[in-house]
Design a protein around this ligand. Structure first.
Ligand code: SAH
Ligand code: SF4
Ligand code: F3S
Length: 494
């Protein structure tokens, strides 16, 4: 009998190399992270193994992610933990462990989750081993948790956005307690590094550079559910990207609600422009993307960094929200229509081939026909490659929810349709600008529709389909763009 490993004695950077089957789960749980979570992963793994022997089949899990890239990245971390525990992934809710990572940015996002929960209840009646867990932004709202406790009592585990690293520990609690486990933190200043992650794509990855948001745009729930802004240290970010590159990643997406204010709260402040320059130096990395840029904090220094760094993609997502300076003021966006347009001009001057995309909200309280026309005016002037258009959704707890001059639904709907038509018309005109040229394309997957074709993305994020096979996935190849189809190209390898 060999000695089992006591995780209280293992340095954090060695944890990932240790086989969880060799961990002494009878020892006390370490009090510090990330060791503590590796201990609970080992413990849960032991449980899953025994359960699976009892059932004579593997234990399975299914996760569904709602919302933004931040949530998608969180889900990769959750998946990494579940795989370490020994659950096998399945493609639908016929699973022993179902986890929904929720979003609450608009009312529809919440409604979708409640809809799915009804369905899960019937599934759980058929599979007594099934466990249901909910996490993410929606769970940071006390009313939501109350509603689930009252009306969806079959849910097993609820946790929030600040403690996703604790999944293994919460699972162990649930295995032992046999009642609903609820663990929501109001806010946190902690960033737990070095936990396992399981990437969706082998060749590209999101990388969190900061968490939370301090901007409090008056319509937005995100600062309330994601907490205050916290930046990761540049050395941790660089080390993570180097590890990813060693593991085959060629493209990273640096993630934050407002990447332009990155680094301000660090002990040794660093700007986002400096971080970009450092990431650009990483050997083997080919492409750098980032999301999201707030126009108010987009510095000249950053524009220069974008111009100078060869790995930074020719794409900028620059949310407008509204073209009316009056509405922007009430939204608390802290820029005017004129400042936004000047910024666009500056960026285009520095990086002429850049693709610009945006987010726009229609029907913010008090929006008049004139205000809406200002938005249309910006859309016509900037000529975005694409724009995500949203109908304003009232979020309880935000300042805008208390505003009395809400715009009638039919008026909003009519404006929304006009905006969408304009956005699509322009987009189909501008997206084809590179036709008949050769461009570098990162191949992402086999084409969904045409056999013998693959799908990839250009530096400016436009999609290209061309003949090829699975060997090309993850590679950057030269493609001749034969034909523009409005939002995408058909091409052939050059
Ligand atoms: N941090 C990013 C946005 C995150 S939320 C930024 O500042 O740009 C993504 C988008 O959802 C926002 O850009 C906004 O257009 C939209 N959104 C946020 N709250 C909304 C609401 N209450 N109603 C409708 N759309 C909203
Ligand atoms: Fe929401 Fe504004 Fe923060 Fe973006 S910057 S997450 S829109 S509060
Ligand atoms: Fe939604 Fe949360 Fe992202 S509310 S948009 S998942 S930060």
């Amino acid at each position: 009998m060999y000695n089992k490993i006591d995780l209280r004695e293992v340095p954090a950077e060695r944890l990932k190399e240790i086989s969880l089957d060799l961990v002494n789960i009878d020892a006390q749980a370490p009090e510090f992270e990330p060791n503590r979570q590796f201990y609970f992963m080992a413990k849960a793994r032991d449980y899953v193994k025994r359960k699976s022997a009892e059932l004579g089949r593997p234990m399975t899990f299914f996760t569904q992610t709602f919302g933004c890239q931040m949530n998608a990245r969180d889900s990769e971390k959750l998946l990494g933990i579940l795989e370490k525990i020994g659950y096998q992934e399945t493609t639908d809710e016929h699973a022993d462990f179902v986890l929904y990572n929720t979003c609450t940015v608009r009312e529809n996002a919440n409604l979708r989750v409640y809809g799915r929960l009804g369905y899960l209840n019937t599934m759980k009646k058929k599979n007594p081993h099934m466990m249901i867990a909910l996490c993410g932004c929606m769970m940071q709202e006390p009313e939501v948790v109350e509603k689930i406790k009252k009306s969806y009592r079959f849910v097993d585990i609820i946790f929030g956005t600040h403690n996703i690293f604790k999944l293994a520990e919460l699972l162990c609690m649930r295995f032992e307690e046999k009642k609903m486990v609820v663990d929501i933190w109001k806010d946190t200043d902690r960033i737990v590094e070095d936990l396992p992650t399981e990437r969706k794509y082998s060749f590209k990855s999101g990388v969190n550079i900061m968490f939370g948001c301090n901007n409090f745009c008056s319509y937005c729930i995100v600062p309330y559910v994601r907490g205050r802004e916290r930046s990761r240290k540049p050395e941790d970010i660089i080390a993570e990207i180097k590890r990813l590159v060693a593991d085959g990643v060629v493209e990273v997406m640096l993630l934050g609600q407002n990447v332009n204010s990155y680094g301000k709260n660090l002990e040794q402040p660093v700007t986002f422009a400096e971080l970009l320059r450092q990431v650009n130096e990483i050997p083997g990395l080919e492409r750098i993307r980032f999301m999201t840029s707030h126009p108010k904090d987009l510095s000249d220094d950053l524009i220069e960094a974008m111009r100078d760094c060869d790995k930074v993609c020719r794409h900028l997502h620059l949310p407008l929200q509204s073209g009316s300076s009056q509405i922007l003021k009430v939204m608390n966006r802290r820029y005017t229509k004129e400042q936004y347009l000047e910024l666009v001009e500056k960026i285009r001057k520095a990086v002429p081939d850049i693709a610009l995309t945006t987010d726009i909200i229609v029907g913010f309280p008090g929006e008049t026909e004139e205000d809406f026309e200002e938005t249309m005016d910006v859309v016509r002037r900037v000529r975005y490659d694409s724009a995500f258009t949203f109908i304003y959704s009232k979020r309880t707890g935000t300042p805008a929810a208390k505003m009395e001059n809400q715009v009638p639904e039919d008026v909003v709907k009519a404006r929304f349709d006009r905006l969408l038509a304009e956005v699509q018309k322009i987009s189909s005109e501008v997206c084809g600008r590179d036709v008949h040229t050769v461009q570098k394309v990162l191949v992402e997957e086999l084409d969904d529709h045409v056999e013998g074709y693959v799908t990839g993305r250009m530096s400016n994020n436009t999609v290209v389909h061309f003949p090829g096979n699975a060997d090309l996935i993850g590679k950057i190849v030269d493609v001749y763009l034969e034909e523009s189809k409005g939002f995408y190209y058909m091409g052939k390898q050059a």
